[in-house]
Design a protein around this ligand. Structure first.
Ligand SMILES: [Mn+2]
Length: 434
């Protein structure tokens, strides 16, 4: 018996931070089509979807076609489809189920009550599934307290499917504790909600894991690196899950050290080499990879001016580049370089250069100075958060996809600007000296 497992497909969504014409080819609907192809090629017995299959209620029209045709293709090949709804599709998934047919699309635990289903092969029960679906957008109480332990038949493998927030007691998206699962008597739990895939821990009792989303959709921390569905098989009665790396789009963080690089041409080669090596590495583990979206960090000590480094990265961000058949894009870059200027020599005196040098040393923690820089960071932080909470920004649901704190962003902005000023001022000094 083989089972395909995934969660959080978010039908209706497209990957962000890559060019819009490229993103259209890698929508969640396309990913679902690929999952169905893979399930058929792999000859699985069932497909399990742990909630948030559809992104939002207003995606009904967009989701109905792809979901229905995928389910029909699976059911035609005797592949069963089991799902639960999550906080994104608590209302739309039951409606889609009614349209597609509840006999084909098995939505478990509709309305927030536990449901048991048995997968049959050659008229014999081979797997029992327990599922519970979100009855509304918010769930503040764990449904595990009402789990029907007495229905678990220990003579066949059992698994539970739940969309839930693990070990996050204040969550309004179904908070559950790890120790609650132990009381249910089910050895394997498949959870939805967190997009980052868990490690598979065969030794855990019970195994509680997030398969994660099949493809990253933005550069956020839960979306980076390798995503994909899992294949579940039972070996000597014990569940084994294997991650399938075939998402065509991946979001990746990469740091490039440019220490000792002194000019734009060498910098270009350095960046190209780093991206080429990285893209080759990802492609070696995933023959379906088509797009890599990078968050680049450029670090090190260099005699290059900040503005020169920036203009190279700007150029790359505008165009992207093709490496070994993979579209490489930069969704964001940060420059953490330090010019070859000895700040310690500049801190004495009562001029702007000395003040800026003190500030820089204080910001990177290498020198403790009066608390002035804390106030500067704090005041910028306040301005950032008031901008973020202003009307126009609040309308944007993904104002800060990388989830850096305002304090970190404020520190970075000040560091950047202070280095630029130091560069300018030391440049002027040299000119005066000539
Ligand atoms: Mn969710």
């Amino acid at each position: 018996m083989k089972i395909l497992i995934t969660a959080d497909i978010h039908l209706g969504k497209r990957p962000s931070r890559i060019p819009i014409d490229v993103a259209a080819d890698f929508s969640s609907a396309q990913m679902w089509r690929r999952l169905v192809d893979f399930a058929i090629e792999t000859e699985v017995d069932a497909v399990i979807l742990a909630g948030d299959i559809v992104d939002e209620a207003n995606r009904f029209y967009e989701a109905i076609g792809p979901l229905e045709s995928g389910v029909n293709r699976l059911v035609d090949r005797q592949i069963m489809v089991y799902a639960v709804s999550g906080n994104h599709d608590y209302d739309v998934l039951p409606r889609l189920t009614d349209s597609i047919g509840a006999d084909k699309f098995r939505l478990l635990g509709r309305g927030g009550s536990w449901q048991r289903e048995v997968l049959l092969r050659n008229d014999r029960p081979v797997l029992q599934l327990f599922g519970w679906s979100f009855p509304g957008q918010h769930v503040r109480k764990s449904p595990l307290s009402t789990f029907p332990t007495d229905l678990v038949d220990n003579s066949i493998p059992a698994l539970g499917i739940l969309h839930a927030d693990l070990d996050n007691p204040e969550s309004q998206y179904c908070p559950v504790r790890r120790d609650e699962f132990a009381k249910c008597g089910v050895p394997l739990w498949i959870l939805g909600h967190i997009h980052k895939p868990s490690e598979f821990d065969a030794g855990a009792h019970p195994i509680v894991m997030y398969p994660g989303s099949p493809q990253g959709m933005d550069p956020g921390p839960g979306e980076v690196e390798v995503h994909g569905p899992w294949i579940l098989e039972y070996e000597k009665g014990a569940p084994q899950l294997r991650h399938q790396n075939f998402a065509p789009v991946a979001y990746v963080n990469l740091t490039i050290d440019i220490t000792d690089i002194a000019d734009s041409v060498t910098l270009q080669t350095k960046i190209t080499d780093a991206l080429t090596n990285s893209a080759e590495e990802y492609a070696a583990n995933n023959s379906h990879l088509k797009v890599l979206s990078y968050r680049l960090e450029v670090a090190g000590r260099t005699s290059m001016r900040y503005a020169e480094v920036e203009s190279q990265l700007d150029l790359l961000q505008q165009t992207g580049m093709m490496r070994n058949g993979i579209d490489v894009f930069v969704n964001k870059y940060v420059i953490h370089v330090q010019p070859r200027i000895n700040l310690a020599e500049l801190v004495s005196g009562k001029n702007h250069l000395a003040e800026l040098s003190q500030l820089l040393l204080a910001l990177d923690g290498s020198q403790s100075t009066p608390d002035d820089h804390h106030e500067l960071v704090k005041s910028l932080q306040l301005q950032l958060s008031s901008a973020r909470n202003s009307g126009p920004f609040l309308q944007l649901s993904v104002a800060n996809p990388t989830h850096e704190s305002d304090e970190e962003i404020a520190r970075q902005l000040i560091l950047e600007q202070a280095w630029r000023l130091v560069e300018e001022l030391t440049g002027q000094k040299e000119t005066y000296g000539e």
